[in-house]
Design a protein around this ligand. Structure first.
Ligand code: KMH
Ligand code: ZN
Length: 427
């Protein structure tokens, strides 16, 4: 779902209404109207109507010769109403003081106007059903490999604790559990038997999608990390590049990545491409081109790891924009989510949801609900993310809906997953 649009327009002598080449504010409002209209066309297949502005601020003068970048962003959506935020920024200005034709690119864009307002597309005129495609897939990363009990007493470690935490997360709106495993003392493990035990505990309680980690913990061998794939989970993470990971190195050599991708593909598991930096998208493109990752593609933008790209709106915008290039996947054939770490988790999850993406939250990446307040488990974080989704008119996807969005054809009961507890042996 598109939730943001941007125009770039040069103000000409025709736009200069007042003395000294000054452009009137009404011209800037007309540009907000054009940006809103484009967003409505992309959302609804209809130009819609502008109903009201709640606020308008003119913050800097605009002159003939200025280039304005005008942005409209969807912030909330009702059945027919679409609340938007607008910003106009001067990005180029004339420098008549230097020569009649001199001009310069502004070092930092200058915000010239901001507004918020509401547009309406009558339900009967909505040709694109955004509500149907607008569900948010919430992933709960409930264990991880790095979070410790010393940091938070709420980290689940045993099968019973993990099963219960998964159940609470699903009740709060999660459709996917991103799963790591631990020994009872908290040591990270990729043991097939431990994963089987934990998946069984989750399955006994919910029909959630279980996405097993193939990242494990830094320092583990690739063979060790791939053990959960023997269980044929519905989904698995796929890390595509080596990177600094805090003070450690997270090794993902190209031949190993090809090996993991091949195993995932050959076992009919749906991969989630873990993207920690913009160059990782090139590694992902290569896998898609080699036929190792099939459409629909699902990208997880992991933001804010020291060694990866920062958890900022600018970084996210860059990553999302990159999906239009080289993947040959239409918006329906791809989806993206954000997993930001630490204090960035909730704000970036909110932004991802507003921008039409999905989100991952949970104790793997962040242990705080608010500044200085530990989350009592990942479910509280999921609940917060579900609230963000509802606030902008999107509902959390159920596991069944998430399977459709992610292209998972076999459900948890279709016999793909191999339970060691049930069979006593692996595949
Ligand atoms: N624990 C990190 C080194 C994944 O699950 O695929 C890797 C990780 C990624 O968590
Ligand atoms: Zn993980």
């Amino acid at each position: 779902m598109i939730t943001k649009t941007r125009l770039r327009v040069r103000m000409s002598g025709h736009d200069a209404h007042y003395g000294g080449g000054l452009v009137d504010g009404a011209r800037v409002l007309a540009l907000f109207g054009d940006a809103a209209t484009e967003l409505l066309i992309r959302l609804d297949g209809d130009e819609g109507l502008f109903r009201a502005y709640d606020s308008v601020e003119f913050l800097a003068p605009v002159y003939a010769g200025d280039y304005l970048e005008v942005e409209a962003e969807l912030v909330a959506q009702g059945r027919s109403s679409r609340k938007m935020r607008f910003e106009a920024r001067k990005v180029i200005r004339p420098r008549g003081d230097l020569s009649p034709s001199a001009a310069e690119v502004c070092g930092e864009p200058i915000v010239v106007a901001r507004a918020t307002g509401t547009c309406v597309t009558p339900v009967a005129l909505q040709r694109i059903r955004t509500a149907a495609s607008g569900k948010v897939v919430l992933t709960a990363a409930i264990v991880g490999a790095e979070t410790t009990r010393a940091q938070t007493p709420h980290l689940p470690l045993t099968a019973e604790e993990i099963g219960e935490e998964a159940r609470r997360c699903v009740a709060a709106g999660a459709a996917v559990i991103h799963l790591h495993a631990r020994e009872p003392d908290g040591t990270p493990t990729q043991s097939r038997a431990r994963f089987a035990e934990f998946i069984d505990a989750i399955r006994a309680r919910t029909d959630v999608i279980v996405q097993t980690s193939t990242g494990g913990a830094v320092g583990m061998s690739i063979a060790e990390r791939c053990q959960p794939l023997e269980l044929r989970p519905e989904m698995a993470s796929l890390n595509v590049a080596t990177m600094n990971f805090g003070d450690d190195v997270f090794m993902n050599r190209r031949p190993d990545v090809v090996g993991v991708a091949t195993t995932i593909r050959d076992r009919g598991i749906v991969p989630e491409l873990e993207i920690y930096d913009v160059g990782h998208l090139d590694a992902a493109r290569a896998l898609v081109k080699q036929g190792l990752v099939k459409k629909p593609l699902h990208f997880q933008f992991v933001l804010g790891i020291p060694g990866g790209i920062a958890a900022t709106p600018r970084a996210l915008e860059l990553l999302v924009g990159e999906l239009d290039h080289g993947f040959e996947a239409t918006p329906e054939e791809r989806s993206w989510a954000v997993a930001a770490v630490g204090r960035h988790q909730l704000p970036m999850a909110e932004l991802a949801i507003r921008w039409g993406g999905h989100a991952r939250v949970g104790l793997e990446d962040n242990i705080y609900l608010d500044k200085g307040v530990l989350a009592k488990g990942s479910a509280e974080l999921v609940e917060r993310a579900a609230g963000f989704a509802r606030a902008c008119g999107r509902e959390p996807a159920s596991p069944a809906e998430a399977r459709r969005i992610l292209g998972i054809t076999e459900g948890p009961t279709a016999g793909a997953y191999v339970s060691l507890t049930a069979t006593g042996s692996g595949p």
